[in-house]
Write a protein that binds this ligand. Structure first.
Ligand SMILES: [Zn+2]
Length: 211
């Protein structure tokens, strides 16, 4: 039986590694909506032609969320039973809010409806909307991450008025008001939303990512 050598290639987050029909994805690899395998981290992609697998060994300085990490992300889509989130950074929330680092991989997560809030959630649209910036807790340690915003420190930290596209300001634990048109919307709002460290990093990321 003949065997082929493994091939190792330096890759950046998002680089195409192949398609799902060619390789079974391992760690550091995610499958996009078109069935294309992409690296989720910067590192060394290892292609094993014998076992038809590919995984990416991350560079040592790349940090990834672990179970129990606090992450900053943007809501990309809502379904009646879950919220899809793209992850952009890691935070530490105790003893005070501090920024741990930006995530250079294309990491994603989802909040099942049961993890949205400590209260019973009837309509998920009253808690999140696409485009909201949120902080959430990771429940597992690999991509895609299962997330939770049940605890009071987690939830929306930045959102825009649906009409004016201006940042809205929290007026109660559950509602925000647009300072321009006065529109009021409901969300699952993080009690840390007004934290200065958080808002500084939110604005920096908005500038970089052009949300
Ligand atoms: Zn408005």
């Amino acid at each position: 039986m003949s065997t082929s050598r493994k091939l190792e290639v330096r890759v950046q987050p998002g680089d195409v590694l192949g398609v799902i029909e060619e390789y079974t994805p391992g760690t550091g690899v995610f499958t996009d909506n078109d069935g294309v395998l992409r690296s989720s981290v910067a590192g060394l992609a290892v292609f094993d032609p014998n076992h038809k697998t590919v995984h990416v060994k991350p560079l040592k300085d790349v940090r990834l969320p672990r179970a129990g990490s606090s992450v900053l992300g943007v809501v990309t889509a809502l379904k009646h039973d879950s919220v899809s989130v793209e992850l952009y950074g890691i935070l530490s929330l105790s003893p005070t809010v501090s920024w741990v680092g930006e995530l250079y991989g294309i990491l994603s997560g989802f909040i099942p409806i049961s993890q949205v809030s400590a209260e019973f959630v009837k309509d998920i649209y009253e808690y999140f909307r696409p485009g909201d910036l949120i902080i959430a807790r990771t429940l597992n340690s690999s991509n895609p991450y299962q997330l939770s915003t049940k605890q009071p420190q987690y939830g929306v930290v930045y959102t825009l008025c649906s009409y004016c596209l201006k940042p809205m300001e929290p007026i109660t634990q559950k509602t925000l008001k647009c300072p321009i048109c006065g529109r009021v919307e409901t969300r699952k709002i993080s009690i840390l939303a007004s934290s200065k460290v958080l808002q500084v990093n939110v604005r920096r990321l908005i500038a970089v990512k052009r949300w």
